[in-house]
Design a binder for this molecule. Structure first.
Ligand SMILES: [Zn+2]
Length: 154
């Protein structure tokens, strides 16, 4: 799943459970969303296996997605100011929500040869609940909007 819906769900969870439980839930939500909700992603794993690198289109999508995710995180962190520790907790929850993808960066971008990392990347790839671009994109938009709506209306 893209980073933006992951981050919004993570922030939603920390908003409901502003403590260590919220952080753990944010982390677990990543796997739950990836493995249980059919979604569309750029096909990094396949591109990397077939072409030895990620396509320019996928890279553009990733960059745009990450900018949106960082923007959303900074926005919700700023709403908690001047309570700096709460703002940082929101930032940390956002990070926990994308940590499972974040750890794959050395594999895709720095050609890490770590066997453990390779196994992990394969595991994350294998159990993804895949869907086509339309429905798989729409469901992510809906998840993001649902999280946003509950964050902005409470
Ligand atoms: Zn993931």
């Amino acid at each position: 799943m893209l980073s933006t819906p992951h981050v919004l769900v993570g922030i939603f969870l920390i908003d409901r459970f502003p403590n260590i439980c919220g952080l753990v839930l944010a982390l677990l939500s990543h796997f739950l969303l990836d493995f249980c909700i059919p979604h569309w992603n750029p096909h990094l794993y396949t591109e990397f296996k077939k072409q030895g690198k990620i396509s320019k289109t996928s890279l553009k999508i990733i960059i745009l997605d990450i900018i949106t995710a960082i923007g959303a995180t900074l926005y919700f962190m700023s709403l908690k100011l001047p309570n700096l520790s709460l703002a940082l907790l929101y930032g940390l929850a956002s990070f926990m929500a994308i940590l499972p993808d974040f750890v794959e960066i050395p594999y895709y971008f720095f050609r890490s040869k770590s066997v453990l990392l390779k196994k992990y990347v394969y595991f994350e790839h294998k159990y993804q609940a895949g869907a086509g671009v339309f429905w798989g994109g729409l469901i992510q938009i809906l998840i993001g909007l649902a999280a946003l709506k509950s964050l902005l209306t409470f």
